[in-house]
Design a protein around this ligand. Structure first.
Ligand code: IPM
Ligand code: MN
Length: 376
């Protein structure tokens, strides 16, 4: 086919995990709200095509979590669902967010709760500009935009520490605490070094923090980064402040290979990453506990106004499925799916935006399936 296959995003899972895994991968599917079910359907279509094409086996089980269930039954992430999800090899999620539910409830009590209860301490977000996809960055192409952000996913500002004092009075105080444990920081940084080694590209790991102001949080991160780096002499290291990295991601994205950072900084810079790789129509991420559960999702939201219209782009959900297949250790299937995605992006989609693709949601999924079937 004449194009270079990219290094896998994640690489082979740890040996313990591979032993635990059955040959048929049990996938917990959470289609969720809005356009979530539509894009997840296309991702599953691609996974089933992979089964036919290269024999990889999946066993899907759906869980109707989300805004509708919350409005009907008042449940968010019930205990029995948590138990069942623990028995899966990976979770595949569409989108959470409902126009009739106050913002924050579903995010906190489904999405963030899942990260905490399964200890999904890595949020992995590849920023890859595929050929044929437009970037808002002038004079930058696929050779310039190809890096991986490793975001800590269970601590920092997301731990929920803090409180009000004299709430509602003119003397009110609001304190929001960032929690950083040595164990939490270390396991995240170690994962980033490992990921950098597995990618085997520029072999450069950038720590993103704010050492000039966050004298406790960033200090701990910096010290642990230096310490862990000693075990990875083959990986070049550097440090950038979070504000500066936002500039450099625009000006010289080609300098980045792997970036490791805190929960909140990672949240912010990966939205910037998403837009330079073509937007929410393509950006996907994985929430991973390398020794346990994992959940893969498109980065975009539930886009309620497009629900049921067959106009939303399913590529981000398909990219999430691709990361999941890679994570499950199915190298060939992951590579085939990635190549199929590339063909569709390069040869077909006019734009990655909803309504502007030149194809409907289902037709984009059909194209991916067509390439999976015809690929040598
Ligand atoms: C993300 C989202 C979530 C986050 C929200 C929905 C709570 O923005 O996955 O990046 O802030 O982590
Ligand atoms: Mn975010």
């Amino acid at each position: 086919m004449g194009y270079k296959v990219q290094a896998p995003y994640i690489g082979i899972p740890s040996p313990e995990r591979q032993d635990r895994m059955s040959k048929t991968h049990k996938i917990g599917v959470i289609p969720g709200d809005g356009t979530g079910p539509e894009v997840v359907a296309e991702g599953i279509k691609a996974l089933k095509a992979l089964s036919r094409r290269c024999g990889v086996q999946f066993d899907f089980k759906e869980f109707p979590l989300g805004g509708d269930q919350y409005l009907k039954k008042g449940t968010l992430l019930p205990e029995d669902v948590i138990e069942e999800l623990k028995g899966t090899d990976a979770i595949y999620l569409g989108a959470i967010g409902h126009p009739d539910v106050k913002p924050g409830i579903l995010e906190r009590d489904i999405l963030l709760k899942m990260r905490f209860v399964f200890d999904l301490y890595i949020n992995l977000r590849p920023v890859v500009l595929y050929p044929g996809v437009d970037t808002p960055l002038k004079d930058k192409g696929p050779e310039d935009i190809d890096f991986l952000v490793v975001r800590e996913n269970t601590e920092g500002m997301y731990a929920g520490g803090g409180g009000f004092f004299k709430k509602g009075t003119p003397d009110e105080v609001a304190i929001q605490e960032s929690v950083n444990t040595r164990k939490g920081v270390e396991r995240c940084i170690r994962f980033a070094f490992e990921a950098c080694r597995k990618r085997n590209k520029r072999k450069r790991l950038t720590l993103c923090g704010k050492t000039n102001v966050l004298i406790y949080e960033s200090d701990l991160w910096f010290r642990v980064f230096e310490e862990v780096s000693k075990k990875y002499p083959d990986v070049e290291t550097n440090y950038q402040h979070v504000d500066a990295i936002c500039m450099w991601m625009i000006k010289n994205p080609e300098q980045f290979d792997v970036i490791v950072t805190t929960n909140l900084f990672g949240d912010i810079i990966t939205d910037l990453g998403a837009i330079i790789q073509g937007g929410l129509g393509i950006a996907a991420g994985g929430n991973i506990n390398p020794e346990g559960a994992a959940m893969f999702e498109p980065m975009g939201g539930s886009a309620p106004k497009y629900t049921g219209l067959n106009v939303i782009n399913p590529m981000a959900a398909i990219a999430a499925a691709q990361m999941m297949v890679d994570y499950l250790g199915e190298k060939d299937a992951a590579e085939i799916l990635q190549r199929a995605m590339k063909e569709v992006l390069k040869n077909h989609l006019k734009s990655l935006e909803a309504k502007k693709m030149g194809y409907g949601t289902k037709e984009v999924g059909d194209l991916v399936v067509k390439y999976i079937q015809s690929m040598e």
